[in-house]
Write a protein that binds this ligand. Structure first.
Ligand SMILES: Nc1ncnc2c1ncn2[C@@H]1O[C@H](COP(=O)(O)OP(=O)(O)OP(=O)(O)O)[C@@H](O)[C@H]1O
Length: 865
């Protein structure tokens, strides 16, 4: 038997307590009541704290938040950042990013956002499609947020893009991620109404622009200033800083304050110290994300090249397109005129897929239409110049085909970068002519671009030459386009710097012309002249020594001298001058170079081969041509370097040739045939030899007095004739210019009207408040007073416990405030909610979660039963 011990008092108490506890646990009502008490207590405490906090003015709360964020800047460690919210970013930015489906930052974003928040100047480089846009947009939003920027502060950040399309795309991304901020943003690109922009630009906080248009505003818009500028961003910096934009950029930079933060981004970053000095960067941080990567193009991109004769390129393109009718393809060409002709030709050839064209000679509206069209389409082929090479983020492009060899490896990298973007796959094919192969492959290898060679079965190529010939025979306009395309391509090759790759003299011109459907290769003046000048420079020395002898016998030499004399009166130079800033913006000037036809030949043949604009350019060419890339063939001779020598040679040759010609005529008693025609009025007119048109008096008496030719007089007369001809010629050119201008103006007027109409329809604006609903039209007169805006925001927030929840509400409120055509007074959200509460019988608010509500309901039901 075991002895039973009596429990002590302490044990009894302990057991009782345990029993109670167990009983408590079993009694859900008591348990709940206890919990509810504790919950209410905490809730009240929080509410009081929040109310106390809310009593502070909004600016103070914001300032406190900002200072907290700034304190965290120094602790940013890019390697620890996994989500955007790991950065010390404002709630507005984080929400915008999340709403735009941007959760995790890419490598370039991780590496640069922190540095930019710390106020550093940055040179950022990363492969194409790696997310550089957000890497500068996020710091811009934060920079202005940090400084509580308002409309009155004017321009705070400036983003410069090389093309209008890229500027537009960046603007769209900014609108998406910055929609919770109150800043205004503007798209300032050419092709739109300057006045319309000028009226709004001074109230714009973030401007996204192309260099030419910005400079125009700097020059012409009185109200525009950039004194407060905090941040300057050059997107595709290497392109913006290169030759094509040099002048515009220098002028812009001169106008900007030096105490700004500068960010430069590109997939192929500039390292030129000179460029960076121009920007006065302060101890910039170099962020080269993929510097050590094996290749400089995306890993998901498959790249290949094919060697193809120039005469087979069109067939190759057609065959390729025909075989990829369910894909999205971008084809890059060297010049606008190639795009224009081949686009039309392909439309007529009907390859079984939508064909679109994008180039710098299109009107702005058309460009945007094509851009948006291609974005939307699932399968299409876009023929484009290099205006589409940089930065454009067309979704799901399967193929990039480079019909013409790119200028250099950088251009190649940007072109192929239009596919295989942000983790997607893509393919790229480069077509090289045999003369381009070696030089280009060498460059690509140096830049770590992996391309593999593929061979094409020539039997599989679809020959479209005959069809093209038939089209050209039917349609004069298309034929003219083909001719322009021919010349324009040759010019683009001719103007390329790298002669190892681009040698216009190696090209099989007749075959190339035929491949475009042209029966005869058009004469290309600049090539002829270059050849002649090359020859000239080699014989120049000889000529100088022999020209003084009057009795030069050789007739070929005579011709040569004669030509040289003529040539020196019209110095041969070539200009790749773009029509205006717009074209400069859009593409490399060399690519946009105009045709230089043998105008004399076409005019005498009575053909109007060249279109108005080209004709004008060519007329310009005839008169004064300036070199863009000087001494392309090393043909600038010593003659040009020594003006005295040149003058002496010129005189001597003129003397020699004219004297000789005159002597011959006198000796042989040579009589020139005359051609007489009759006008409708029956008047007889001598057509040949041309009669003297100038007003110089032909003093026959004197001539009679002195036997032979009075050379001095004849020379004078010729000079006067020449002047007259030039005058006449200029008049004609001017007339043509005037006609063209009138046409352009009419077209612009029409475009403006159309634009206005479109804008009215779409309610789309270039300058908008980021948090403003884009569907409502922006009326500048309804711009809110920033203070009012703040007050209303505060009011809204007072009625909202959760700041995150206040975002869509704020948007709504803004919408109401900004809508000018609304007759109703804007109703503050809080009041509206109250009324709503009063009028509706709503379920009892226990302040509990759904599960707890259910538990409570069950308990009540069970107690009732
Ligand atoms: N953090 C992110 N999360 C998801 N998608 C992203 C992110 N960042 C960028 N993207 C997407 O990646 C694509 C490429 O981005 P972006 O145009 O900024 O590239 P990029 O580096 O500027 O290219 P390029 O050198 O060609 O200009 C875009 O479609 C963009 O929406």
């Amino acid at each position: 038997m075991s002895a039973v011990t009596k429990p002590s008092k302490a044990d009894t108490f302990r057991n009782k307590k345990k029993g109670f506890k167990a009983a408590d646990k079993q009694d859900p009502v008591k348990n709940f009541e206890k919990w509810k008490k504790r919950y209410d207590h905490t809730k009240n405490k929080l509410k009081t704290a929040r109310n106390q906090k809310k009593k502070k003015p909004e600016w103070q709360v914001e300032r406190e938040t900002i200072s907290k964020l700034i304190q965290r800047y120094s602790e940013i460690n890019p390697n620890e950042v996994l989500k955007f919210s790991d950065f010390p970013l404002s709630k507005k930015t984080v929400t915008g990013l999340l709403e735009g489906q941007y959760r995790t930052p890419t490598e370039i974003q991780k590496q640069t956002i922190g540095l930019a928040l710390q106020g550093k100047d940055i040179l950022g480089a990363a492969k194409t499609g790696s997310g550089k846009t957000l890497a500068f947009l996020v710091p811009i939003l934060e920079c202005l947020f940090r400084q509580q920027w308002t409309a009155d502060d004017g321009l705070g950040a400036l983003i410069i893009s090389p093309t209008r399309e890229l500027a537009y795309q960046t603007y769209e991304v900014l609108r998406k991620v910055g929609k919770n901020h109150e800043f205004s943003a503007g798209l300032i690109i050419g092709g739109k109404d300057l006045k319309h922009e000028a009226d709004r630009i001074h109230r714009t906080n973030i401007i996204i622009c192309t260099p030419g248009r910005l400079l125009q505003h700097m020059d012409e818009t009185m109200t525009f200033h950039s004194l407060n500028l905090q941040m300057l961003v050059l997107d595709e910096a290497d392109r913006i800083l290169d030759m094509g934009f040099a002048d515009a950029m220098n002028a812009i930079i001169e106008n900007l304050p030096k105490t700004r933060q500068t960010l430069l981004f590109s997939a192929t970053q500039t390292k030129s110290v000179k460029d960076l000095a121009r920007l006065s960067l302060k101890d910039p941080s170099y962020v080269w994300v993929h510097e050590k990567a094996k290749f400089s193009t995306p890993a998901t991109l498959e790249q290949s090249y094919v060697v193809c004769d120039l005469s087979q390129k069109v067939n190759m393109l057609f065959s390729f397109v025909k075989n990829h009718t369910n894909k999205k393809i971008i084809v890059f060409f060297a010049s606008c005129k190639e795009v224009q002709y081949l686009f039309r030709a392909f439309c007529r050839l009907r390859p079984g897929i939508s064909v679109l064209a994008l180039h710098g000679k299109q009107l702005q509206l058309k460009r945007m239409e094509v851009y948006n069209d291609f974005v939307r389409k699932k399968a299409a082929v876009l023929f484009a110049t290099d205006i589409a090479a940089r930065g454009l983020d067309f979704p799901a492009v399967n193929w990039v085909l480079q019909f013409d060899c790119p200028e250099d490896a950088s251009t190649y990298i940007h072109r192929v970068g239009r596919t295989a973007r942000y983790k997607e796959g893509g393919e790229a094919l480069l077509i090289l002519t045999p003369s381009e192969e070696q030089g280009m492959l060498k460059q690509l290898e140096e830049r770590k671009v992996p391309v593999s060679n593929i061979k094409v079965n020539p039997d599989k190529l679809i020959n479209v030459q005959q069809k093209l010939e038939a089209f050209l025979a039917q349609e004069q306009e298309l034929k003219e386009r083909a001719q322009r395309c021919f010349v324009s391509y040759l010019r683009s090759v001719y103007l390329m710097k790298n002669k190892e790759v681009f040698d216009v003299f190696k090209l099989p011109l007749p075959e190339y012309a035929q491949s475009l459907g042209l029966a005869v290769a058009p004469r290309v003046r600049f090539i002829q002249k270059a050849i002649q000048q090359n020859d000239l420079s080699s014989v120049n020395h000889k000529v100088t020594s022999e020209a003084s002898t009057e009795d030069t016998e050789s007739s070929t030499e005579e011709e040569l001298e004669n030509f040289k004399a003529v040539l020196r009166q019209q110095p041969l130079t070539v200009e790749s001058k773009s029509e205006d800033e717009e074209v400069k913006e859009e593409s490399h000037a060399k690519n946009e170079g105009e045709c230089s036809w043998d105008l004399k030949a076409t005019q005498t043949a009575g053909l109007n081969i060249i279109g108005e604009e080209d004709e004008e350019d060519d007329l310009k060419d005839l008169d004064l041509l300036t070199v863009k890339r000087k001494d392309v063939f090393g043909v600038e001779t010593a003659v040009e370097k020594k003006p005295e020598d040149k003058a002496t040679v010129k005189k001597k040759i003129e003397k020699a040739t004219k004297f000789k010609a005159a002597k011959k005529i006198l000796k042989r008693n040579f009589k020139v045939n005359t051609k007489l025609v009759f006008t409708e009025e029956g008047e007889m007119v001598q057509q040949w030899p041309p009669t003297q048109k100038s007003v110089v008096k032909d003093d026959d008496d004197d001539d009679d007095a002195t036997p032979g030719i009075n050379m001095e007089k004849a020379r004078e007369r010729l000079i006067e004739e020449d002047k007259f001809d030039k005058e006449e010629y200029r008049r004609k050119v001017k007339e043509k210019h005037r006609e063209k201008r009138l046409k352009e103006r009419a077209a612009k007027r029409e475009a403006k009207q159309q634009q206005k109409k479109d804008e009215d329809e779409e309610g789309e604006e270039d300058i908008v408040y980021l948090n403003y609903d884009s569907e409502n039209e922006f009326d500048p007169d309804t711009l809110p007073d920033p203070d009012e805006l703040k007050n209303s925001d505060q009011e809204h927030e007072d009625n909202n416990e959760d700041t995150m929840r206040s975002v869509p509400f704020k948007k709504e409120a803004c919408k109401r405030n900004y809508t000018s055509d609304s007759d109703e007074e804007p109703i503050p959200q809080g009041k509206k909610k109250k009324n709503f509460d009063d009028t509706l019988s709503k379920p009892l608010d226990t302040g509990l979660s759904l599960a707890e509500d259910e538990e409570l309901a069950l308990h009540l039901l069970s107690s009732r039963t």
